[in-house]
Design a protein around this ligand. Structure first.
Ligand code: ATP
Ligand code: MG
Length: 289
């Protein structure tokens, strides 16, 4: 699968979210082909993650943003299913707590950055502060910002701050990969109805989900502007068609593998002294056996 086709050009030139397909399946023949591709990807990612951990220099930050029921949880669950749990961490960011609101908007996520050797997953992220908060500007009041910080430039300023922080992370060995799962309004409706009708899925639907759905166009405008302004060379966004779950998962898996394969990852190589020490340990163990 060619992964560059999902990438939002740096600076957003010529990009329009409206023009992005939600149900494209290019590169994957059908559902069973998608499942095979994913299975292959799960094994490859497990192997890469083993070296990433041993190499212990890069950290990986995967960011997932989407409308409700676009498949963030399922994608994370399936794509990461082969990974050693010790090398991976997932954080979900919901409405901020009082403690979180007492800090700058990046604070809660900055504390959760992956350490070297680890894959850190953000299920929602600081991007909510230019999405849901932009759709509901009244939330800014709860954020306890001084009045002079709330100007017409606030979103532009936040984009700039986010780009700078991501640049900082990349300069410090953190690979930043950002996914927007692009589900259609019709498919979301189908999935919401399924959540209503299936008792094992009832818990996944809340009344606020239906309320936010009514603000679909506002959300799309906020996403469009965010994607244009925060897709950079160092931390690009990938817009993934999300009406077919099997396609979303295969595409996300391929992109992660493609990006991590470009790193100079290798198992640590022992120095002559370390090799000598290892040899001595071995001889001692052999004598014991
Ligand atoms: P699911 O797909 O299972 O519903 P979810 O990620 O939507 O998972 P929810 O329990 O619905 O999880 O909670 C997330 C909610 O919190 C979203 O509506 C999101 O917009 C909101 N949220 C996240 N960050 C912020 C923020 N900074 N300010 C206000 N609301 C936020
Ligand atoms: Mg939700």
């Amino acid at each position: 699968m060619k992964t560059d086709r999902f990438k939002v050009p740096a600076g957003g030139q010529g990009f329009s979210l409206e023009a992005c397909s939600t149900n494209d399946t290019t590169g994957v023949a059908d559902k069973s082909d998608g499942k095979k591709l994913l299975e292959n990807g799960i094994a490859k990612l497990a192997a890469i993650q083993d070296v990433l951990y041993a190499h212990d220099q890069y950290g990986v930050l995967l960011i997932f943003q989407a409308m409700d029921a676009a498949g963030k949880d399922g994608t994370i669950k399936h794509v990461m299913s082969g990974i050693n749990p010790q090398g991976c961490q997932v954080f979900s960011f919901k409405s901020p707590s009082a403690e979180e609101l007492d800090h700058d908007f990046m604070w809660r996520t900055m504390r959760c950055m992956p350490e070297r050797g680890r894959i850190g997953i953000f299920n929602r992220s600081y991007y909510e502060d230019v999405l849901v908060v932009r759709v509901h500007p009244e939330f800014l009041k709860g954020a306890k910002l001084p009045a002079h910080c709330i100007t017409d430039d606030i979103w532009k300023n936040r984009f700039e701050d986010i780009n700078n922080i991501e640049q900082y992370l990349v300069r410090n060995g953190i690979v930043v990969i950002k996914f927007f799962l692009n589900v259609s309004r019709e498919e979301q409706l189908k999935r919401f109805l399924k959540r209503c009708d299936d008792p094992t899925k009832n818990w996944k639907l809340s009344s606020s989900d239906a309320k936010e759905r009514k603000l679909w166009d506002k959300y799309m405008a906020a996403y469009d502007d965010m994607l244009k302004n925060t897709s950079t060379k160092h931390a690009p966004w990938y817009v993934i068609p999300a009406d077919n779950k099997w396609y979303t998962r295969a595409a996300v898996s391929e992109i992660i593998i493609h990006r991590l394969s470009k790193l100079d990852l290798h198992y640590p190589v022992l120095s002559d002294k370390q090799r000598e020490e290892l040899q001595m340990v071995r001889e001692e163990l052999v004598r014991e056996s």
